[in-house]
Design a protein around this ligand. Sequence first.
Ligand SMILES: CC(=O)SCCNC(=O)CCNC(=O)[C@H](O)C(C)(C)COP(=O)(O)OP(=O)(O)OC[C@H]1O[C@@H](n2cnc3c(N)ncnc32)[C@H](O)[C@@H]1OP(=O)(O)O
Ligand SMILES: CC(C)C(=O)C(=O)O
Ligand SMILES: [Mg+2]
Length: 519
Amino acid sequence: MTSANKSEKDRVIVFDTTLRDGEQCPGATMTFEEKLEIAEMLDDMGVDVIEAGFPITSEGDFQAVSEIARRSKNSVIAGLSRAHPKDIDRCAEAVKFARRGRVHTVIATSPLHMRVKLNMTPEQVMELSVANVTRARNQVDDVEWSAEDGTRSEMDFLCRIVEAVIKAGATTVNIPDTVGYTVPEEYTNFMRTLIERVPNSDKAIFSVHCHNDLGMAVANSLAGIAGGARQIECTVNGIGERAGNAALEEVVMAINVRNDVFPWWNKIDTTMLTRASKLVSAATSFPVQYNKAIVGRNAFAHESGIHQDGVLKDASTYEIMRPEMIGLKKSSLVLGKHSGRHAFVHKLEEMGYKLGANQLEDAFVRMKALADRKKDIYDEDIEALVDQEIAASHDRIKLVSLTVIAGTHGPQRATMKLDVEGQTRIEEAEGNGPVDAVFNCIKALVPHEAKLELYQVHAVTEGTDAQAEVSVRLAHEGRSMTSKGSDPDTLVASAKAYLGALNKIVMKHQRDMPAQAAS
Ligand SMILES: CC(=O)SCCNC(=O)CCNC(=O)[C@H](O)C(C)(C)COP(=O)(O)OP(=O)(O)OC[C@H]1O[C@@H](n2cnc3c(N)ncnc32)[C@H](O)[C@@H]1OP(=O)(O)O
Ligand SMILES: CC(C)C(=O)C(=O)O
Ligand SMILES: [Mg+2]
């Protein structure tokens, strides 16, 4: 929706409850400092209402809500309270420092919750709600009333109680799907019926608060807005009770990307979504699922060759939003066994390599072989692979295959096949350790006088499947030749490194021959 046709009736208020409902899930407790940092980010991001905590819960929660209220710039700061005078007073005390403070009072309205949990009749719940909304309104101007388990409540009762709380001064009426039970069409109709039947519904903003038990929190939230609600309660990364709440980044981007179907607007600066996600993930130590919509690390990453080719030609082939819209620099093309040549060439160009057609084809085949054996292919792997390709392109001696038997019962034994200037040779040798056996094989296949001066191994990247990079230095006739070999198998990398140095000696010898003959 363009700014020209934004009207107040289409505005959706974004109410973030990361610090309250988000913190309620096991393991998500945040420190005072972390809460202040998250609240500041939400305020800067354009969140309309920040639910900063549940002040009666503990002294710590009270302090956090009060301090967030003191520091708030533009956002309304809300605190939660039960329908209990102690809760209301403590909450009002905490939010009073905000530019605008909101007391949010909740009570269950479903037959099950009223009977089993509260042990109250509907009339008692009605009385308590009215009394506590009135109490809250005497302390703050902004009061939200929530019907816990709203979607499993009886419509007639809900209409009566909503009318009563609005009359008592509630400025926002929230109808939560507390247990993630509703489905989109049902929620649209539920909200529409309620708003139509409550005579004073125009005196309050209706709100949605959806849980994700059936994976429909975001769809249900948008459906509730379609039914006439104008506030969405959500959390960063969708954290919250059990399967979580509607994810803020998902509802915001759904409205943004599909504004043709969701013709509303909000004030969120979407370019801050990635940072907000990282901050909440770090504070809670909850990792973000790799394939999470919008902020998962794979949300803008492509490994499949056909997709990579499409994205290189025009990103909109496989991306429905630009990464910059959510604060990501760019999408990533990840090399792996599903990748194709277009992406491989693109990656090499990015890394500054320009290979000839044959070298490129060889390097591509080797990248595929490596990807079959190794989970992640990093730039360092490509570098090692291509450097080796370039170095090995003129080799006289090439490794064809290697098998090593190693373990506690020595001697270790290696069997090696080499291509020596077009001829295949095979040999078996023992050694004092597997590396010694490999090098003895090479000596048997290509007899030479060179002495091993240096043997060094290090991992190219992290992880147990990382490529090993081996350096070998051979001394021959007063000269030293060094070469590197890399492979996920340290012994293969060792053979490659040794053969690399030996090839250099052979080539030097061949270069020197005509000169010697002439002298
Ligand atoms: C759907 C939601 O997310 S609601 C918010 C849920 N969040 C939390 O519960 C986190 C913070 N909670 C707490 O720290 C504590 O539960 C407190 C401080 C609120 C209350 O602690 P306690 O007094 O020890 O009570 P406890 O939690 O064991 O039981 C809840 C009591 O509140 C009552 N209650 C539950 N909801 C409400 C409500 N909305 N209004 C009034 N009373 C309520 C219960 O019936 C029960 O009362 P009882 O003691 O007479 O049986
Ligand atoms: C407190 C209320 C709004 C809640 O979190 C719920 O019903 O899920
Ligand atoms: Mg909730």
